[in-house]
Ligand binder design. Sequence first.
Ligand SMILES: [Zn+2]
Ligand SMILES: [Zn+2]
Ligand SMILES: [Zn+2]
Ligand SMILES: [Zn+2]
Ligand SMILES: [Zn+2]
Ligand SMILES: [Zn+2]
Ligand SMILES: [Zn+2]
Ligand SMILES: [Zn+2]
Length: 261
Amino acid sequence: MNDQFIICNKCLKQISQVNAMMHQLYCERNTQQCETCGQQFDVTEEEEHIQNVHLPNTCKYCHTYIKDFNNHTCAQQPHNCEYCQKQFLFSQLQDHKNKCGQQQYKCKYCEQMIFNKVRIEHTKKCQIAILGHLEFICKYCGESLISNQLLSEHESICQFKPFECPYCYLYFDELDKEDHLYYCGSRTAECAYCKSKLILSQKVEHQLECVRRGLMAKFNLKKKESVNKVELIKQCDEFEEDYEAYMQQVEDQDYENYQDQ
Ligand SMILES: [Zn+2]
Ligand SMILES: [Zn+2]
Ligand SMILES: [Zn+2]
Ligand SMILES: [Zn+2]
Ligand SMILES: [Zn+2]
Ligand SMILES: [Zn+2]
Ligand SMILES: [Zn+2]
Ligand SMILES: [Zn+2]
């Protein structure tokens, strides 16, 4: 006999038809829905759920659960100004770019003073007019490449690419890496989750632990609530039994009294 498979409508796992009844009975009792991400998971696998779903999907800048990072424009993440390459929070970027775009720089092809805001178009025009072809310049080391694709490949491994500090999230020259990490890592800051003071060199580990503890607390609260509900129903049932027994007694008493008369 061939095993037929069906999809459990509670946990969405594939289960064999033969075990369907048993599985669904188990699943009904032991699957819970996470309020934060909406996924269903086995109550015995809370740790795994946090590890596999939440830790990789927690935005390191704003500390919230993000289902799809492609659709997340984080207000807390520093962004580069495309003209001067300095970094700003998203909320300050537009203001800065408006000002920065009014600054002038000297074009290296035609040697004229050009406004930052037309830099990209101007550079292309100048390259065609003076070199006869486009040039793709690495923004870190200035090396010239012949296509956009080669440029992005180069930029991802360029040895002058700045490193992102895991504590303050700003970018620094590779040369300053050691010094900066030492300086930045020894500062203290407030944990975004538990508000306790922590040394920044422990921040990454500490905050992951805080995400984990926060979710566990939520799960435990939910468990306690459902236990309380069961407890309450039990108490109500007991009360009802007692009440019925009491009423029965009263009735019996009345009946006896009635007969005595
Ligand atoms: Zn199931
Ligand atoms: Zn979840
Ligand atoms: Zn974010
Ligand atoms: Zn700028
Ligand atoms: Zn020019
Ligand atoms: Zn480069
Ligand atoms: Zn830093
Ligand atoms: Zn914390």
